[in-house]
Design a binder for this molecule. Structure first.
Ligand SMILES: *Cc1c(COP(=O)(O)O)cnc(C)c1O
Length: 230
């Protein structure tokens, strides 16, 4: 069974190989270790291994980890946010990956005491089970968000469709990149939109080939609590 160091080494090799294939620089890519299913002890081990970006998808998981973990971490919130939870989490995180409706933008603007770096979640695949803005509504959504200036739209986020077909996944990631390029070309002060949050344990290599700047890796990096070995 691989330990944390070995898992990280394997991921780094895969990232570097994807960069080499596509002429990208490793420094463009941030690995967010998704610790939502593991203990604070395991999350601390990730920080000790020099991965400083941690991702959580529930307020309770975020608070629990922040209480237990004493070393510095950069916190990414990657899950759906209920509007009534915004005030509890918004000033405790560095990045929010899951802005998926205007009421959430308004609530963030109201509750944040600083500008929050956000990704707009886009439902590229159109699956009914997925949250996110429809691609066709994205431009007007972002224009409408301009007045809520505590929300800084740094990029777009998506989840791959539920399939093992690499080509289908690739098309979704490529579409997100094209949407990102269209928005960043407008040079809107509130929406620089240079970043792309896409790719998880099973598809981060494709995501990097298609331009991901943030990959959100859970199980392949942090392992599973049931495995015992950190
Ligand atoms: C759980 C989760 C991940 C990580 O998933 P793995 O398959 O374990 O890598 C990434 N992004 C989001 C939004 C998640 O909820």
């Amino acid at each position: 069974m691989a330990d944390l160091q070995q898992r990280i080494q394997k991921i780094e090799q895969d990232i570097q190989a994807a960069c080499d294939r596509t002429g990208r620089n490793r420094s463009e890519i941030t690995v967010v270790a998704v610790t939502k299913e593991v203990s604070a002890v395991r999350a601390s081990a990730v920080l000790d291994a020099q991965i400083h970006h941690l991702g959580e998808n529930r307020p309770e998981g975020l608070f629990g980890k922040q209480e237990m973990i004493k070393s510095e971490a950069i916190w990414h919130f990657i899950g759906n946010v209920q509007s009534r939870k915004v005030k509890e989490i918004i000033n405790r995180i560095d990045y929010l990956h899951s802005v998926d409706r205007m009421s959430l933008v308004k609530e963030i603007h109201k509750r944040a005491d600083h500008t929050v770096d956000c990704f707009i979640q886009v439902n590229v695949s159109g699956e009914a089970s997925k949250s996110g803005i429809a691609p066709i509504e994205l431009d007007s959504f972002i224009e409408e968000a301009a007045v809520y200036n505590k929300v800084r739209i740094i990029g777009l986020m998506t989840m791959a469709p539920f399939t093992h077909e690499a080509d289908e996944i690739r098309i979704v990631f490529r579409s997100l990149r094209e949407l990102r390029d269209g928005i960043s070309a407008k040079s809107m002060p509130h929406a620089p939109c240079t970043e792309l949050s896409m790719g998880m344990s099973n598809d981060f290599i494709i995501a990097i080939e298609e331009g991901a700047t943030h990959v959100r890796i859970g199980t392949a990096l942090v392992g599973a609590e049931s495995e015992g070995d950190i």
